[in-house]
Design a binder for this molecule. Structure first.
Ligand code: C5P
Length: 222
């Protein structure tokens, strides 16, 4: 059976996960959050006292990491060696660590294998940085989601303050800029728009407007 795939790439905070989740629900297919996989590797490194930038040691412990993905009501849960880590990988420290381990080729090879296997066995909306360019080059629809750095920082600031987490807008902006730099300048699979991707700028748009726009781009046969 041929499964259907939508690739959504873009920088941190562009709204990929919120939008991808809504599309998956609407189409009744699964949402694959690939960032969570890099976050899980970072979590394991941090827990074991390994710097996420320490390529040699990260490579050494990679075979100790088993990542499993399970779905419940279209929601992805991610397991690190059988522990559900879906919630604890959402900290700022893990965001930066994920961006660091993601520059290591051996880490990417392992994550990409997992991602391609998921897309072989189900129709997916997959979000990340290299989905349209590398993981699923034959995806049925490719979206490159962007928003200004100011808008991305202010969305993240709102999200954190709503959760009661104290934070500084200027610090968040700096962290987003640092991650953008890491993601676009790395050697392996840097973040860039696939030639055949449609660029959707979410600045000033509501989530629903973006979801509707993407759904309208899905080829008619699906
Ligand atoms: O999407 P999220 O912010 O959770 O991703 C965390 C980090 O993982 C990103 O900053 C990026 O460096 C890395 N990543 C990646 N390739 C992907 C998904 C995420 O390099 N496909």
């Amino acid at each position: 059976m041929k499964y259907f795939s939508i690739a959504i790439d873009g920088p941190a905070g562009a709204g990929k996960s919120t939008i991808a989740k809504m599309i998956a629900k609407k189409l009744n297919i699964i949402y694959v959050d690939t960032g969570a996989m890099y976050r899980t590797v970072a979590l394991y490194c941090i827990k074991h006292g390994i710097q996420c930038t320490d390529k040699d040691n990260v490579e050494k412990i990679l075979n100790q990491i088993e990542i499993k993905i399970l779905y419940k009501d279209h929601t992805q849960r991610i397991f690190l060696n059988d522990e559900d880590v879906s919630d604890i990988i959402r900290t700022q420290e893990i965001s930066q660590g994920a961006s660091d381990v993601a520059t290591i080729q051996a880490v990417r090879v392992k994550m990409v294998e997992l991602q391609r296997n998921l897309a072989k066995s189900a129709s997916v909306v997959m979000d990340g940085r290299d989905i349209g360019t590398y993981v699923l080059p034959n995806a049925d629809l490719k979206i490159f989601l962007t928003a200004s750095v100011e808008e991305r920082a202010s969305r993240r600031y709102k999200e954190l303050t709503q959760k009661g987490i104290e934070c500084s807008l200027s610090k968040i902006k700096e962290e987003i800029e640092a991650r953008d730099k890491n993601d676009t300048c790395r050697e392996c699979s840097p973040l860039r728009k696939a030639e055949d991707a449609v660029e959707v700028d979410t600045t000033g748009k509501t989530i629903q407007e973006v979801v509707d726009q993407i759904i309208s781009l899905i080829p008619k046969q699906y």
